[in-house]
Design a protein around this ligand. Structure first.
Ligand code: BTN
Length: 269
């Protein structure tokens, strides 16, 4: 049997009668699961549709970066959400997905990653996973059609291409153990389903966990807007998931994820 189909069967067996079980598609290869899921979303696919690939040939990250997605080494999954909220609240989705992904990793691998605001999961000071949320909505009529959340987790790499080796890690490198893809995928789908209920009920019980696990807080960061960059102190995260920063001249500003890049001053975090 084709490997993707075999993994799909294993995940379905673990999901049992979960409401999203019938909406899972696993494929051997995709250019980008976010790109392919967008086609399904535009054709009317329902919330909970999930596309997972065993490898991506053009995996995408935030700000036009690529996401290395070699076969057999990672979890590459995109989920379609049709949240009942206006576009301005969609900014909360990325931190919610970060918490849901940390929960799933903790439940299956018994280590809890930290979060680099807003969308990177960190283990041992290096990047373990990334989240790319892409939305389709209409700002004039203030409606949100859908959000595609793409999650990429490094599972079983023992080494990385030279350009990534100082900033990237895998669960295998950090725990010494091989991660079983079906187990983690099933747990992630369960965790994301719980999160989707929280989005619609406006439940923010997850926010203290995000703040607790955020490595960016309490650090000097560089706020980069196009060609301009300023150093600031990351002091808190507000109810909308924005990073509150304080500049050396005393100005305090909330920073939304879409508008800036936030970098640590010393190394990756
Ligand atoms: C980042 O690190 O900036 C985000 C990386 C997101 C990668 C995932 S893998 C599944 C989905 N498909 C993609 O092309 N990207 C996301």
């Amino acid at each position: 049997m084709e490997q993707a189909l075999q993994i799909q069967h294993q995940i379905l067996a673990l999901l049992g009668d979960h409401p999203w079980a019938g909406l899972l598609h696993v494929t051997d290869t995709a250019d980008s699961t976010n790109t392919q899921l967008k086609l399904l979303a535009d054709a009317g696919a329902p919330e909970g549709t999930c596309l997972m690939a065993l490898e991506q040939t053009s995996g995408r990250g935030r700000q036009g970066r690529s996401f290395s997605s070699p076969k057999g080494h990672g979890l590459y999954l995109s989920l379609l959400l049709r949240p009942d909220c206006p576009p301005e609240q969609a900014g909360l989705i990325t931190p919610m997905v970060a918490v849901a992904t940390c929960d799933a990793i903790e439940q299956t691998s018994h280590v809890r990653p930290q979060v680099k605001w807003v969308n990177d999961l960190v283990l041992g000071g290096k990047k373990l996973a990334g989240i790319l949320a892409e939305m389709d909505g209409n700002w004039v009529s203030n409606t949100l059609n859908y959000v595609i959340v793409g999650i990429g987790i490094n599972l079983n790499q023992l080494d990385f291409p030279q350009e990534l080796s100082t900033i990237a890690t895998s669960l295998r490198l950090e725990t010494g153990e091989k991660t079983e893809l079906p187990q983690l995928a099933a747990q992630l789908i369960r965790s994301l389903h719980g999160m989707s209920l929280d989005i619609n009920s406006r439940n923010r019980a997850w926010l203290p966990r995000y703040r607790r696990d955020c490595v960016t807080l309490g650090r000097e960061v560089r706020i980069i807007r196009g060609p301009h960059s300023e150093t600031a102190f990351a002091q808190s995260i507000d109810e909308n998931g924005q990073l509150i920063v304080r500049y050396p001249d005393g100005r305090i500003e909330p920073v939304a994820s879409g508008e800036v890049s936030v970098r640590g001053l010393w190394g990756y975090t």
